[in-house]
Ligand binder design. Structure first.
Ligand code: ADP
Ligand code: MG
Length: 604
């Protein structure tokens, strides 16, 4: 039997390297973190061949004396963590003192460093974990580390590396994350002699985003900041229409550390549930700050994963903050325009009849409005921390009460858009500021109708008409039983049905948007929905929404043509909605091909 013995440092380092340094991007991450911890205001990163042949990182931070430089290459040597208790209060990226020795054990590692209080710099060279030399060198204040021949001595690890392109993508992503986390530090990233980005010190995150992702992306974002006791969320989120096919641009930080947190990702996806089409992902660069003691960053060796002490509080906080911001955005972020909705030309009567607040209420809505959440349209699909029937408490007083949300404020139309025409009787084309806009006429009308009807049902401002000639309906036995059960629900929603014999009924009044000729068909739709359990009275919000959805299908009529005034009317009504970008089932109402996109497609 082999005796237990302490591993030689070199072997221990190589094993640790396997955990911490899984790929070239991990080297970059560790070294950039060290530069930031050293207070650098300028960091330059260069790499070749996906980081395999060379990674160079140079900073103007505090640097190290010769003794410190040698010590930094010892295992568990760190200037950052003194006692285990400090783990709770970490203000720096590094704390394990493992990175440098691990990297040096699996590469050719050359470090030059000079602290500000010394004229002379030191150079240390280590090759595959073996000390080669330490000597004086000239260098400006700060540290330069060159890592070459990465994993040459560890063929097993080298085998796992992906193509140069993939490894390079990881490095670029990694440097971007830290550049976003620290806008005040200037960053340069160079791949194979090509500058990927060079960003000077930036005053704000917005500037930094524009520097490294381009102005266009920056323009699609909204600034956000919300504070609750012990929690702060700040950063940028995509405007409601902005979405991506992948989650790569959902970027989150906790206490400035880039993280891949399931809790935060889910909270974001949830919050954008109604703002972007299904299957798409939001764009966000968000910073969550909280007491370091209430989050554990020590779960994963590469420190990307975190664990919160109170997951549901964090989740609820993030969802509320993002929803709140999105909601304010759809109320205020439309481009300024001289024409207000009230001046806008109404759409032809067959299309949408204006719904006025002077409508005589025919239903008692007191119960409904009491249970309704203040913010029904953004209702997340997963339950929040608070019970579903209780209104979600929004910390900011900026959230409008239900009444105010009821009538969308008059908002500017987009009259500077040029209407180009209707194609395939379906899509209205517009020349917009950003490029070419395509509006799905049906989806847009569905959204407009849905919000209006939902509002009427919710606030009890539903206008109902008594039929001169009641419509007789004969039902099968099961439907009859179902219907008798639902008569009072229907009455509250503007449909009066009287029973006048076994399986025989009479529709006596209907909502005014409904054509009397459609009354019977609509009633049968409703019975079908009751039968499938799609309208459940116990959940009044959902029941109302389903009712509004069915009503929308029934109410909607598309005239053959759409002239210019009608097209602009449609746009202004759509963008007066709370959720203009999707129809009630989550499909897009409007897509825009930007100038950039058009130029790309034409390979300009
Ligand atoms: P950790 O960051 O966990 O402390 P590292 O192995 O990454 O461990 O670094 C060890 C120590 O080396 C750091 O604590 C720091 O004192 C010093 N160090 C590393 N990189 C730099 C740098 N770029 N500038 C100044 N000091 C550095
Ligand atoms: Mg470190």
């Amino acid at each position: 039997m082999t005796a237990i013995r302490i591993l030689p440092d070199r072997v221990a380092n190589q094993i640790a390297a396997g955990e911490v340094i899984e790929r070239p991007a991990a080297v970059v991450k560790e070294l950039v973190e060290n530069s930031l911890d050293a207070g650098a205001t300028q960091i330059e990163v260069e790499f070749r061949h996906g980081g395999r042949s060379l990674i160079r990182i140079e900073d103007n931070g505090g640097g190290m004396s010769r003794d410190d430089a040698l010590l930094s290459l010892e295992r568990h040597a760190t200037s950052k963590l003194l006692e285990a208790a400090d783990l709770d209060r970490l203000g720096t990226f590094g704390f394990r003192g493992e990175a440098l020795p691990s990297i040096a054990s699996v590469s050719r590692f050359e470090m030059q460093t000079r602290p500000s209080d010394s004229d002379e710099g030191s150079e240390v060279l280590i090759n595959g974990g073996k000390f080669v030399h330490v000597r004086d060198c000239g260098r400006p204040k700060g540290t330069r580390i060159i890592v070459s021949h990465l994993f040459n001595s560890v063929p097993a690890r080298r085998k796992f590396l992906k193509s140069d392109t993939t490894e390079s993508a990881h490095i670029i992503h990694c440097v971007r994350l830290y550049a976003l986390a620290c806008p005040q530090t200037a960053f340069t990233l160079i791949e194979d002699d090509r500058v990927i980005f060079r960003s000077p010190q930036c005053a704000t995150l917005e500037e930094r985003v524009a520097e490294i992702f381009g102005r266009q992306m920056a323009e699609g974002l909204l600034a956000l900041e919300t504070v609750e006791p012990g929690l702060r969320l700040s950063g940028l989120i995509g405007k409601p229409a902005v979405s991506r096919a992948t989650r790569h641009e959902m970027i989150t930080f906790i206490n400035r550390r880039p993280v891949d947190s399931r809790t935060l990702n889910y909270a974001l996806i949830e919050s954008f549930h109604d703002a972007i089409p299904k299957g798409r992902y939001p764009v966000a660069v968000l910073f969550l700050e909280l007491d370091p003691a209430s989050v554990d960053v020590n779960v994963h060796p590469a420190k990307r994963e975190v664990r919160f002490r109170d997951e549901s509080r964090v989740r609820g906080f993030v969802i509320r903050a993002v929803l709140d911001r999105l909601r304010n955005a759809s109320a205020s972020s439309l481009p300024p325009d001289p024409v207000s909705t009230s001046d806008a030309v109404p759409i032809s009567p067959g299309e949408i009849r204006p719904i006025t607040s002077a409508t005589v209420p025919t239903v008692d809505a007191s119960r409904e409005s009491r249970i309704a959440a203040p913010f029904p349209v953004y209702r997340p699909a997963l339950p929040l921390a608070s019970p579903p029937s209780a209104p979600i408490a929004f910390p900011n007083s900026t959230v409008a009460p239900p009444q105010a949300a009821a009538t969308p404020p008059s908002r500017p139309a987009r009259s500077n858009w040029r209407y180009l025409g209707l194609i395939h009787a379906t899509y209205a084309l517009f020349e917009t500021d950003a490029g070419l806009g395509l509006l799905d006429r049906r989806a847009a009308l569905e959204r407009i109708w849905f919000e209006r009807l939902d509002e009427q049902y919710r606030t009890g401002t539903l206008e109902s008409q008594r039929l001169l000639l009641p419509v007789p309906v004969e039902l099968d036995a099961i439907s009859s039983v179902l219907l008798v059960d639902k008569l009072s629900f229907l009455e509250k929603h503007g449909i009066d049905v009287g029973e006048f014999g076994r399986n025989f009924f009479r529709i006596e009044s209907i909502p005014s948007w409904l054509e009397p000729g459609d009354a019977e068909a609509f009633l049968r739709d409703l019975i079908g929905a009751f039968r499938d359990g799609r309208i459940d009275e116990k959940n009044s919000v959902l029941a109302r929404e389903e009712l509004a959805r069915l009503s929308t299908n029934r109410a909607l009529r598309l005239p053959d043509n759409l002239n210019e005034t009608e097209a602009h009317g449609l746009v202004s009504q759509l963008f007066a909605c709370r959720q203009p970008m999707t129809n009630p089932s989550g499909r897009p109402t409007f897509i825009e091909l930007s100038h950039g996109e058009l130029a790309r497609r034409f390979q300009k």
